[in-house]
Design a protein around this ligand. Structure first.
Ligand SMILES: [Zn+2]
Length: 342
C-alpha cells in the first residue's frame, strides 16, 4: 500500500494541532455516574496519578493511562503518558511499546522497565504516528545512548509531516514551536504488507502492520503470553478518535485483532481486556457505520448527521475525549464514502 505523500501534508499543522488540542484544550465529557472507568485487568505493579502498570503475562506488562478523575473530569496529570503502552522482556531485549505524550512519561516507563526486568529498554515499538504516542519519545534517551525506535515507513513519514516538518508560527513569534519535541524512528519497517518477527531472546514477538485508526497502525503480538498490544485500533470505554481513520479498514483490523476471544488486548486508550469482552467496541464501530452511511446517503453534513447521534445504552458507556468526536467519526465515513481516502 502506498499513500500519496501530499495527502498527509495537506492538512499538516492543522491536524497536528487538532490532535493535541483534542486532549489539551478539551475536558473529557462524561457523566459522574460513569466515573469509575478502566478497571484493573492484571496485577498492578506500579501506580502513579497519570498511569499504572499491570502484569499481563510472564515478562509482559501493560501500561494503562488514567485520564479521568473519579468525578469523570479530565486528570491533567495524565498528560505525562496519555496513551497506553507496555513492556515485553526477552532474555536479550527489553521492548517498550509507544512513546507517551511527554518525555517524562516515557522516562517513567523506561525506569519501570529497568526496575521490573533489571535491564534498560533496548527497543521502542511505535504503534502509530499520533502525538500522544510519539511526543514523549525523547524521554527514552539517556545521555548519548538510547533504544532503537521502530516504526513503519508510513508512520515515520507522518511523524515528520505532521510534527517534525511542521512548525506552528504564532504571529510575531521569533521562533516557531513544533507541536511536540520530535524524535524520529531509527529502524524503519519498509515492507508494510508482511508480518515481521522479532527475536527478543527466548521469546519471539510479531509486528503486524495494519491500518484503520491511521494509514499505518502496528499491532504487537506476544503469542507465548497470548497478549496483543493493539495500539489505537482498539479503545475501551472511550469513543474512538476517527481524526485520521479509514473506517472500513478500522473495522477489518479490529475484527482480526479480536478474533480470538481468549487473547488479552492492551488497548491504546482505556482498560486492558479479554478480546471476548470487547465485543461492544466492534458493535459500536458497526453502529457508527450504519448511522454515518444513512447520514451520507440523505445528503446531511457530518455535523448534521452527528447532531442526533446517541450511543445506545446496550453498547455500554463510551466517554468522549472531545465533544466533536461524533462529528469526526461521521466526517471520516464521509471521506471514505465520497472516495477521498485511498
Ligand atoms: Zn491515535
Amino acid at each position: 500500500m502506498k499513500h500519496h505523500k501530499g495527502s498527509f501534508s495537506r492538512r499538516g499543522v492543522m491536524t497536528g494541532m487538532a490532535a493535541t488540542g483534542a486532549v489539551l484544550g478539551t475536558a473529557v465529557m462524561s457523566s459522574a455516574s460513569n466515573a469509575r472507568s478502566f478497571p484493573a485487568f492484571g496485577k498492578i505493579v506500579e501506580e502513579q496519578p497519570f498511569a499504572r502498570i499491570e502484569e499481563v503475562g510472564p515478562g509482559v506488562w501493560g501500561v494503562v493511562s488514567t485520564p479521568l478523575n473519579p468525578d469523570g473530569s479530565f486528570n491533567p496529570a495524565a498528560m505525562a503518558t496519555l496513551c497506553n503502552g507496555g513492556i515485553i522482556a526477552g532474555e536479550d531485549k527489553v521492548v517498550a511499546i509507544d512513546g507517551s505524550f511527554r518525555p517524562e512519561g516515557a522516562a517513567w516507563l523506561a525506569a519501570q522497565a529497568l526496575r521490573l526486568t533489571g535491564r534498560p529498554v533496548t527497543d521502542v515499538i511505535v504503534t502509530h504516528f499520533h502525538a500522544d504516542h510519539t511526543g514523549g519519545l525523547a524521554g527514552y534517551q539517556q545521555g548519548s545512548t538510547g533504544p532503537e525506535i521502530i516504526a513503519t515507513a508510513t508512520t515515520n513519514q507522518l511523524i515528520f509531516d505532521r510534527y517534525a516538518g511542521a512548525r506552528q508560527t504564532p504571529d510575531g513569534a521569533q521562533f516557531a514551536r513544533p507541536v511536540i519535541r520530535p524524535v524520529m524512528p531509527t529502524r524503519i519497517i519498509t515492507d508494510e504488507t508482511a508480518i515481521l518477527t522479532m527475536d527478543l531472546g527466548g521469546r519471539t514477538i510479531r509486528l503486524h502492520p495494519l491500518k484503520g485508526h491511521t494509514p499505518s497502525d502496528l499491532a504487537i503480538v506476544v503469542d507465548d503470553a497470548s497478549v496483543i498490544f493493539a495500539g489505537d485500533l482498539v479503545w475501551a470505554g472511550l469513543f474512538h478518535n476517527y481524526m485520521d481513520a479509514i473506517p472500513s479498514h478500522l473495522t477489518t483490523s479490529v475484527e482480526h485483532l479480536l478474533s480470538d476471544p481468549k487473547r488479552t488486548i492492551v488497548t491504546g486508550h482505556g482498560a486492558i481486556a479479554r478480546a471476548g469482552d470487547l465485543e461492544n467496541y466492534l458493535n459500536l464501530l458497526h453502529f457508527v457505520e450504519e448511522k454515518a452511511r444513512a447520514s451520507f446517503s440523505t445528503g446531511k453534513t457530518p455535523a448534521e448527521g452527528a447532531k442526533g447521534f446517541v450511543v445506545p445504552a446496550s453498547l455500554g458507556t463510551w466517554q468522549l475525549f472531545n465533544p466533536r468526536y461524533y462529528e469526526t467519526a461521521f466526517e471520516a465515513w464521509r471521506r471514505e464514502l465520497a472516495g477521498e481516502t485511498s
